[in-house]
Ligand binder design. Structure first.
Ligand SMILES: CCC(=O)SCCNC(=O)CCNC(=O)[C@H](O)C(C)(C)COP(=O)(O)OP(=O)(O)OC[C@H]1O[C@@H](n2cnc3c(N)ncnc32)[C@H](O)[C@@H]1OP(=O)(O)O
Length: 300
């Protein structure tokens, strides 16, 4: 009886948290028609977003359009949304690494598509689509890392800010080039950057549009670490090793950790505390907790 009650409570809480995460920022009430926009995005085809879910609970998401420095075509935007949905449903997932094929991260939105949809309404619709997707990416119950090799420009720089951490390879560069395109970030990059580096540094990075090398990124707190490898395989291995120190342990617990931190980061304190209580209820008396009580480990 008690076990079945606990299971029901666990299931309800899980469903509620999943539903909250799926809630999009924009919907019909904002004059936004997602299906219509997707049809438009499908007209700008090319590249792909590939996801490999490894046995160790780390997902590898590849931005794959190396001919255009991994610029985001319309179909890649739609595929990114599909991969995020897949990750939301990954019960065994614990971490995520996002990187670009061909040893460079991403040069932002595909300028060919941008030129073809340069009216304000299309721009805002694309912006709402990408904000919805990147907000869901940021809220995934997985610890996420942007592995920045080569260039992360424009929307590519914005994408890095939707990850929990950034790791950079020697010679790589993050650059918010928007000003030079007569733009400001629209994929949520400004709001997230302010929270990562503070408003003064964010203002400098956006108004100066200067490249940020690994050393400056470390100094600003934009990057966690500069990796030693520049080649794709070596950098990916290093990024996996770096991330593994935080993903060791049962998926339920790692996911719970990410959820309470997301709540603390995003919600007013009382709502964050209530979420923390709900998440706590999903792990208290759970398998990992009960096993630990039997083992009685000493944390020396
Ligand atoms: C959300 C809003 C935004 O994202 S606005 C920001 C859009 N992004 C940009 O303005 C970046 C433009 N690209 C560049 O500055 C350079 O291509 C960078 C990324 C520095 C790479 O330089 P480099 O290593 O010399 O390569 P390259 O210029 O020869 O590029 C190779 C081919 O890729 C293409 N490419 C590059 N970026 C994009 C892009 N964003 N959209 C469409 N195509 C892109 C280049 O045009 C070039 O193609 P091609 O070989 O000339 O046919």
């Amino acid at each position: 009886m008690a076990v079945s009650l606990w299971k029901n409570l666990l299931q309800t809480t899980k469903e509620r948290i999943l539903q909250q995460r799926r809630m999009s920022l924009y919907n019909g009430a904002h004059g936004y028609d997602e299906e219509l926009l997707k049809k438009k995005l499908q007209q700008f085809a090319g590249g792909s977003i590939n996801l490999s879910k490894e046995d160790n609970g780390i997902g590898i998401l590849t931005l794959n359009n190396p001919k255009l420095m991994n610029a985001f075509t319309g179909t890649m935007m739609v595929e990114l949304q599909e991969r995020v949905t897949e990750l939301e449903n990954w019960k065994d997932g614990k971490g995520l690494i996002i990187y670009g094929a061909g040893n460079t991260f991403c040069s932002g939105s595909d300028l060919n598509a941008v030129k073809a949809i340069s009216n304000s309404q299309d721009g805002m619709n694309m912006c709402m689509f990408m904000q919805n997707t990147l907000t869901r990416l940021m809220r995934l119950p997985l610890i996420s890392v942007a592995l920045v090799q080569g260039k992360a420009f424009g929307g590519g720089a914005e994408l890095t800010t939707a990850c929990d951490f950034r790791l950079m390879t020697p010679g790589s560069e993050i650059r918010f080039v928007h000003k030079h395109m007569g733009l400001v970030p629209g994929w949520g990059g400004a709001a997230r950057l302010v929270r990562i580096v503070g408003s003064g540094a964010a203002l400098q990075l956006l108004s100066g549009a200067a490249g940020v090398d690994p050393e400056r990124a470390l100094h600003l707190g934009l990057s966690e670490e500069t990796l030693s490898s520049s080649d794709e395989t070596g950098a990916l291995e290093e990024a996996q090793a770096w991330l593994s120190q935080y993903t060791e342990g049962p998926a339920t617990v790692i996911q719970a950790v990410k959820k309470v931190v997301t709540a603390g980061r995003e919600l007013p304190v009382e709502a964050a505390l209530r979420t923390e209580k709900d998440v706590f209820g999903t792990v208290w008396g759970g398998p990992a907790n009960l096993q630990a009580l039997v083992r009685r480990p000493k944390h020396k």
